[in-house]
Design a protein around this ligand. Structure first.
Ligand code: CO
Length: 135
């Protein structure tokens, strides 16, 4: 079975980044590394490193994206966890073989060379799980 390496990040969906940072940064004490706007995904993400992992605060930047609809329907809170693997294609094939429902059948290649794919929460007991293979 393809090895999983570490928890890469936990993503929290928020309606307002500044308001969320007032807790995660100012009150709890995590450090803000940077904020990135990803227009192709209509989100703004704040990255807060924590050991070998990160907390990602994700704010939708439009009203009509899937994430924005999710936020207005279910409210803010935990959105997904992300686990790093060395070989995402093999991992997806293994999961498929075991009848696990995947959102992405094939890895999605990002601009920075990262590959990612999501596993459907129907197959995980309600947790949206993202897989990463870093370049
Ligand atoms: Co993620």
């Amino acid at each position: 079975m393809t090895k999983l390496k570490r928890l890469d990040h936990v993503a929290v969906l928020v309606p307002d980044l500044d308001q969320a940072l007032a807790f995660w940064q100012d009150r709890l004490g995590l450090s803000l590394d940077h904020v990135e706007t990803i227009s192709s995904m209509a989100v703004k993400i704040a990255f807060l490193p924590l050991g070998e992992s990160e907390i990602e605060l994700v704010q939708p930047t439009t009203e009509d994206s899937g994430l924005a609809k999710y936020l207005s329907k279910r409210g803010p809170g935990l959105h997904h966890i992300c686990i790093e693997t060395d070989d995402i294609s093999t991992k997806l094939a293994e999961l498929n073989e075991k009848g696990v429902r995947l959102i992405d059948q094939e890895p999605v290649l990002m601009d920075d060379g990262r590959q990612l794919a999501f596993i459907h929460p129907k197959s995980t007991g309600g947790v949206l799980v993202e897989l990463y293979q870093l370049p």
